[in-house]
Design a binder for this molecule. Structure first.
Ligand code: IPD
Length: 278
């Protein structure tokens, strides 16, 4: 697609600069500045400063593009392209100095909602390791210069499953109950704490399949392009678009197997029907 490689270059350049900014900031003490949807959903001054940096750089390089950022930044698109940005994905890991957080930058065409967008380009950078993952639609997915390929399918009993937990307490209770049935039927699960890095791990065959609910567009847009370009499928429940209700990612066969297991145990209950905590 015309212009996609330029979008990949821009995503990489800005994500690497933001990653270096975050890495330097992490050398000092980092305090939780505020909480958002719940006490688990933390934000620091560095999240906000990183988003400002990304916004300014993208605006300078591509002034007609739109912007949608986790920390509230938004700008209407005049070009049809919108940047979907998580300035620090995995903020809890960042706060606790666990070296597993990321800058995630995607370019999408059309409305910046997963049901309607076309994914064009994505870059995910882990500031702690310096690893740069990127992909452009039709151009393949890479970690540095190495091309990525999702793992070949295995039986669920031999599958390493990545997942994440929602910030709302009643969602967490439901997720914990669901995994009572899922955990004995898979090799193991990992809750690494950074959705964008979960997705690049899937693209890099470091795990077999990913599933999460309540994810926001910025958590998975860049990682989704990378998984798709690595030969994987990113989808929601019952063939619907990925989004807040669910994101599955992996080899299409693995996604089908985990999807059916989750559905068999009632894991596809609509989010608004999950009962409040008693
Ligand atoms: C969160 C992380 C986490 C995932 C949550 C995300 P944030 O992003 O990616 O792994 O489980 O769904 O919201 O809040 O740290 O940017």
């Amino acid at each position: 697609m015309n212009g996609v490689s330029e979008l990949v270059d821009v995503a990489q350049k800005v994500a690497i600069e933001a990653s270096e900014f975050i890495r330097t900031k992490r050398l000092d003490h980092v305090a939780v500045q505020n909480t958002k949807s719940s006490s688990s959903d933390v934000v620091t001054e560095v999240d906000k400063a990183s988003e400002r940096l990304v916004f300014d750089r993208l605006h300078a390089l591509r002034p007609r593009d739109g912007f949608l950022g986790e920390e509230g930044g938004s700008d209407e698109s005049q070009s049809g392209v919108t940047w979907v940005v998580d300035p620090i994905d995995g903020t809890t890991n960042f706060v606790y100095n666990i070296p597993h957080y990321a800058v995630s930058i995607a370019a999408v065409e059309g409305p910046a909602t997963p049901e309607e967008w076309t994914l064009l380009a994505g870059c995910v950078v882990n500031p702690s390791t310096g690893e740069v993952y990127s992909a452009g639609a039709g151009l393949g997915a890479y970690r540095g210069d190495s091309e990525l390929r999702v793992a070949e399918p295995v039986n669920l009993q031999e599958a390493l499953v990545l997942t994440g937990f929602a910030y709302g307490a009643h969602f967490r209770k439901h997720q914990a109950q669901l995994f009572v049935d899922v955990l004995p039927r898979v090799r193991d699960i990992r809750r690494m704490g950074t959705a964008s890095l979960d997705l690049v791990m899937i693209a890099d065959a470091q795990a077999d399949v990913y599933f999460e609910r309540t994810t926001s567009p910025w958590d998975f847009a860049a990682g989704a392009v990378i998984v798709q370009e690595a030969g994987g499928l990113v989808t929601g429940f019952h063939g619907r678009a990925p989004g807040r209700e669910a994101v599955f990612a992996g080899h299409p066969e693995m996604v089908a197997r985990l999807h059916d297991l989750i559905v068999a145990y009632g894991g596809d209950i609509p989010l608004e029907e999950i009962p409040p905590l008693s």
